[in-house]
Design a protein around this ligand. Structure first.
Ligand SMILES: NC(=O)C1=CN([C@@H]2O[C@H](COP(=O)(O)OP(=O)(O)OC[C@H]3O[C@@H](n4cnc5c(N)ncnc54)[C@H](OP(=O)(O)O)[C@@H]3O)[C@@H](O)[C@H]2O)C=CC1
Ligand SMILES: CC(=O)N[C@@H](CCC(=O)OP(=O)(O)O)C(=O)O
Length: 342
């Protein structure tokens, strides 16, 4: 079988770097082109010295020349911009896997509120499949445009949707407290993210209106089968390079126990290669998942408070971004879901 020709738009950032790491050893793809404005014309090793021996050169992000070289494009661009690239690429017949947030929200008014601008390509929203393979696997088969789930959302929606769908927990009073490594903010020089500012620091931010909140609420409501879910989501920046840990608190319904919650998670995810359900008494740890495409989930029911405490961990750059994007590509193209990701 001939290899799928793929390219990365925005390959000089952290999501781009993670795509490079995974795609350069993917058995069914040929990485034909990578773009960057600042490194255009230079070898990939200029931006990432670990790839000094790699013969690839960055090219300028010119859609027409890029589209000639690829069957499928990964967009690792800032939100707002990704949609501007998606539209002409799709028009050239190129499949698009977008890692940005541009096609995740179904409601353009919600997008405008949280992303502070009108949606750049609303006409494409109906084409977009939400890129969370464990929940949307069959819709991904043959999709042309995939909106990869966000990093924090992946860590919350995977456990949360299974538990809400099981009926063991209430749909009201949901709370999620998440901790993210600094690579989640991208490869940029910005004062709050330089080493002396974020080392030895744990800092909550955007505690009442983070842009991932509507994405999490949207997908949890779908899973729960209710018109809307209103919840708290409290992200924190922590001084590690990679990894997200989320603690999600639910009010248990009558009969909720740790064993029943674990059984619901097993029923949803047994056989899914990138979800690991822990045994009773175990909670998730980012150390167990960094540099992998795995989401690790544990939970415990607190009899005293009636709350189900759920703990989940992912690598923000792998299952939270580029690994998930490749998992989506594998399904879109009829490959083994795990190709290049084990
Ligand atoms: N970091 C993470 O953990 C996650 C990131 N994401 C999403 O993935 C996307 C990329 O994130 P990340 O890699 O962290 O971001 P970075 O800031 O590290 O990289 C952004 C990339 O976009 C390119 N770029 C920026 N502006 C333009 C432009 N005007 N035209 C063309 N290229 C441009 C940059 O290249 P150059 O300047 O050289 O042109 C660079 O390659 C974002 O939408 C982010 O929200 C999603 C999940 C997790
Ligand atoms: C630590 C940090 O700053 N994290 C980013 C989210 C990471 C990201 O890129 O979000 P997407 O999944 O939507 O692309 C933030 O809070 O905006």
């Amino acid at each position: 079988m001939s290899k799928i020709r793929v390219g990365i738009v925005g390959a000089s950032g952290y999501a781009g770097e993670e795509l490079l790491r995974l795609l350069l050893q993917h058995p069914a793809v040929e990485l034909t082109c990578i773009t960057s404005r600042q490194y255009a014309g230079q070898p990939v090793g200029t931006a990432f010295p670990r790839y000094r021996e790699c013969p690839l050169n960055f090219m300028a992000p010119d859609v027409a020349s890029f589209a000639e070289l690829v069957d499928l494009a990964f967009l690792a661009l800032p939100h707002g911009l990704a949609a501007e690239f998606a539209a002409p690429l799709l028009a050239h017949g190129v499949k698009v896997v977008d890692i940005s947030a541009d096609f995740r929200l179904r409601d353009t008014a919600v997008y405008a509120k949280y992303y502070k601008s009108e949606h750049p390509a609303p006409e494409l929203l109906s084409k977009a499949v939400y890129g969370l393979p464990e929940r949307y696997g069959s819709a991904l088969r043959g999709a042309e445009l995939v909106a990869c789930a966000g990093c924090y959302p992946t860590s919350i929606i995977l456990p949360g949707s299974a538990l809400l769908a099981s009926g063991l927990v209430e749909t009201t009073g949901v709370e999620a407290i998440s901790l993210s490594g600094v690579s989640g903010a991208g490869r940029k020089v910005d004062l709050p993210y330089i080493f002396p500012e974020c080392n030895e620091s744990i800092r909550p931010y955007s505690v009442t209106g983070h842009r991932h909140l509507p994405e999490i609420e949207q997908e949890l409501a779908v899973a729960a089968g209710v018109p809307a879910i209103t919840m708290n989501f409290i992200p924190h920046l922590i001084p590690v390079n990679r990894g997200i840990h989320s603690t999600i608190l639910f009010h248990g319904r009558t009969g909720c126990t740790t064993d029943k919650a674990l059984a619901a998670l097993h029923a949803a995810y047994d056989g899914k290669p990138f979800v690991r359900i822990l045994a009773a008494g175990e909670l998730a740890d980012t150390k167990h998942v960094t540099m992998t495409n795995m989401c690790e989930i544990g939970c415990v029911f607190d009899q005293r408070t009636g709350r189900l405490l759920v703990s989940s961990a992912i690598d923000n750059l792998t299952k939270g971004a580029s690994g998930q994007a490749i998992q989506c590509m594998n399904i879109m193209c009829g490959l083994d879901e795990t190709a290049g990701l084990r």
